[in-house]
Structure formats: C-alpha cells, structure tokens
Design a protein around this ligand. Sequence first.
Ligand code: MN
Length: 228
Amino acid sequence: MTYALAPHAIPAIPVAGTDLRFPVHRIYCIGRNYADHAAEMGASVDRTQPLFFMKPADAIVIDDGDVPYPPATQDLHHEVEMVVALARGGRDIAVAHALEHVYAYGVGLDLTRRDLQANAKKQGHPWDTAKGFDASAPVSALRRVAEVGHPAAARLMLEVNGERRQEGNIAHMVFSVAEIIHELSKYYELESGDLIFTGTPAGVAALHRGDRFRAEVEGVAVLEGRII
Ligand code: MN
C-alpha cells in the first residue's frame, strides 16, 4: 500500500523522565466540571448529563511552546485543566476499573474563542469553531501513573505574566476522572493514546499576544508557554 500523499506525523507529547513520546489519538474534553466555573458562565452543573466536546489531536502544543493567537476571535480565553492520558481503551468501562486505563497525567489549557462560543450557545450551534481550533490544546509533559499515582486532590493553578488567574482543586471536579472515563466510554470506544481534558475551575479570562502562562497541577505537572 502506498499513500497518495505523504501522511501527517502523529502528534506526540513528551513523557517526563523518559525519552518516550505519547502518541495522541483523540482529545476529549468535559465542560462544566467545576461548580464555580459553571456559575461564572451562567450555567449549572448537571450530574445526570456530562457535556463533552472534542479537539483535533494536532491541536496540541507541547511544553515551552509558542501558541499563535488564533484568527476569527477578539476574546481568546484560558481554561486550566488536568489532563488524563489513556494507556488502554474500551467501551462501557466500569467506574471501578476506569483508572486502570490511565497511563499518565498532565496539565493543559483548553483554549477557547469565548466570543464564538457565546454566539454558538445563543444560536444553538455546535462549539467546534470555539473549541477545536489550531493550537487550542497546549499540554505539559506527561507524568506516568508509576511516578505520580492517581492524584485525587491537588491544587490546579494558572498564572499569566506572573499573576494568579485561576486556582482550584481537582478534588472539586463534578465528575471524577474515573467517572469521566466511564461516561465517555458510553459514547465512544476509547483507545490508547486518547487524552481527556477534565474541566476548569473559576477565573477564566482573556489572553493576549505576548502573554506568558504557567499552568500547574501541584505535585503532578507544570506547563509553560507564550501567546505570540
Ligand atoms: Mn474547558
């Protein structure tokens, strides 16, 4: 078999403490997973119906990278989130076994064109152009479960130009990591290489060209980068 065109490279993320790279299959995201952020968006959390959306795998920007300010927005927002990397997939994964599917944890930004999202919500349109754009998923090097275990409580923080913008604790997620994997696996066959962005706490705000950001899940992972 010969491809008609040169195939694209597989997007991949460094694995901390190794020479390995984690090959990204898909990027799933959950919305409204912290009550304080849902409230600041004028929404409420719904324990019966998680809100999922996706980003393309090649939207990742690795640590210490440059994020080009995206076109077609006047209101690029940061959302700091813990990121989960799957070693194994499956369908209808039970909550009790879900963490066995996790390879590593990291921290990332779910970059959002907030103006396009607000417009999409108003018109009942999909969120794709608001969420799934080029370079919309900066993500740290991944820390393996073998190193960091399964963090259940840790501070989640974002600084922009040295100033604290967001702070929360992953213990306050509405759907836990195990519950997110369980819920997602009802809708999709999960695969090794999938990444999951697990939602953001309050404090989302605008980013501008020249901003430097530093995101952290305390004791787990740090991500730095710039908007150019
Ligand atoms: Mn988000």
